[in-house]
Design a protein. Structure first.
Length: 493
């Protein structure tokens, strides 16, 4: 059903972009543009493979390897500059969180909008509507809300449900499940297997190597825009694990010792009976209700819960992006928040320019940015791509850069909301170590994540939120165990 022969994709840095960058350099940054990115960059080169009916093909590789570009080529959103592509069948693609969603429309309206964009009639969607909603796990209070109020995980749920329930012949997923909770990932895996049993083909990009190994029939390992290995998923996954970990002898998450942090009695964050409500179509919906906890100096607090539980809303309240409707929030110190990859990035500018612009927005002086610039680039691992425009970055590359900028701030409180969910193995490990280093420097960190291993190994404490309410606050292992049990029982919505 799919055959690629010697496919290549190149990006050119045109004069218009360089002139725009020069203007920003002169007007905003006050520096001369000495390193304008010119010429061509091959995102893919010499790509060749075949996929047949019944295949679930996983695509793995580090951030910037060309995975997202390959998905765009397969989905016919990007025309290759060389080679040939043969695709037999209709394609449904979910290339990133919320792609194709209209933020001003409700979840229900977006189901019809996306379905029609995929070529289905309103009558067809009418027949599948209730099945799509039920599969997504979003109840009526959520499905009638505008998409702009959805968390990244909720958008992932709805997007996957629309794309898969419309039964395409070929389903292409680019990190679409990266922010899905553990319950929905299992449901999505079952749905993919059901699709291929009906002579379909699924192609999925993921940094979750265990997911690829367990659910895919084949795997492609991309490295530097070329295929490094292609074959049995389990075999390729093992090869990748062995080689993809950091070159230096650093601990991987599975081997990290439980964080040893000196937790003092000084209260850094005090949240007292906080509530956040939305009034939608005359209905009052509480995204958070009666949330109360304190965070002491030296703590790493993991925040867990299903998609739509209220985790992202809590992060926005703590970051003072959103004001609560009830209760009191006291924060003793400076806060740096990484709430989503690429927030505040200008797609037309290079990664280098965005380091300066983001740093200035975060309150750093130009002199300070110049001092830490090389450290940011080195930590991000984007040396070869730093002069490319950010619009050509994958979500994982944007996550790397965003974390690397924020991690240099040395704030009193660092809040991370699923910003590392699309990072590759090596960077995820490095970021985990960086978080532990921040605690060693007497900082407090709050991390929203669906990685239960991260919570158990790195966090000193965990808070479980469900339906906008605090269900458990305490030992990370106990929190994870209770959450997993609740998920198995189907009580997460």
């Amino acid at each position: 059903m799919i055959r690629l022969t010697d496919v290549g994709v190149k990006y050119s840095f045109n004069k218009k972009r360089i002139e725009f960058r020069t203007a920003i350099d002169n007007l905003v940054l006050g520096r001369n543009n000495k390193k304008a990115a010119k010429g061509e960059f091959w995102a893919l080169k010499g790509i060749g493979f075949e996929g047949a009916k019944g295949d679930i093909i996983g695509i793995i590789g580090s951030n910037g390897a060309g995975k997202s570009t390959l998905c765009k080529v397969l989905s016919k959103l990007l025309r290759p500059d060389s080679g040939e592509i043969q695709v037999g069948g209709e394609i449904s693609a979910l290339l990133s969180l919320g792609t194709g969603f209209n933020k001003g429309l409700s979840g229900k309206e977006n189901i019809y909008l996306n379905g029609m964009m995929l070529g289905f009639s309103r009558r067809d969607i009418d027949k599948l509507y209730h099945e799509i909603v039920e599969f997504s796990g979003l109840d009526n209070s959520f499905i009638e809300q505008p998409i702009k109020y959805y968390s990244s995980g909720m958008k992932a749920r709805l997007g996957f449900s629309i794309a898969s329930m419309l039964a395409p012949e070929i389903l292409v997923l680019d990190e679409a499940l990266s922010t899905g909770d553990i319950g929905f990932k299992a449901t999505a895996a079952d749905k993919m297997k059901e699709l291929v049993q009906n002579a379909k083909i699924v192609i999925i990009v993921s940094h979750d190597i265990n997911f690829i190994e367990k659910n895919c029939t084949k795997a492609i390992w991309l490295d530097g825009g070329t295929i490094k290995a292609f074959g049995d998923a389990a075999s390729i996954a093992n090869q990748y694990r062995l080689e993809a970990s950091p070159k230096k002898k650093k601990k991987i998450i599975a081997d990290l010792k439980k964080t040893e942090s000196k937790i003092s009695e000084e209260v850094i964050i005090n949240v007292a009976d906080v509530g956040v409500r939305y009034n939608l179509s005359g209905k009052e919906i509480w995204a958070l209700k009666d949330i109360a906890f304190t965070v002491k100096k030296g703590e790493i607090v993991g925040i867990i819960g299903n998609n739509g539980a209220g985790k992202s809303t809590l992060c926005k309240v703590l970051s003072k992006i959103l004001k609560q409707d009830e209760g009191r929030v006291e924060v003793n110190g400076e806060v740096a928040a990484l709430l989503s990859f690429g927030i505040g990035f200008n797609g037309q500018l290079s990664g280098a320019d965005n380091i300066y612009l983001n740093g200035l927005m975060l309150g750093l002086t130009k002199e300070r940015i110049e001092q830490v610039y090389e450290d940011i680039v080195s930590f991000s691992g984007l040396e070869k791509s730093i002069n490319r425009p950010v619009k050509q970055y994958s979500s994982g590359m944007r996550a790397r850069l965003g974390f690397s900028i924020a991690a240099t701030l040395e704030p009193d409180i660092f809040i991370i909301d699923e910003a590392l969910s699309v990072g590759d193995i090596a960077f995820y490990e490095k970021a985990s170590e960086r978080i532990q280093e921040m605690i060693a420097a007497s900082k407090a960190v709050m991390v929203v994540t669906h990685s239960m291993m991260f919570v158990e190994k790195v966090c000193t404490r965990a808070i479980w939120i469900n339906k906008g309410r605090l269900v458990f606050d305490g030992d990370p292992r106990e929190a994870v165990a209770k959450y997993r049990e609740n998920t198995k029982q189907g009580n997460v919505n």
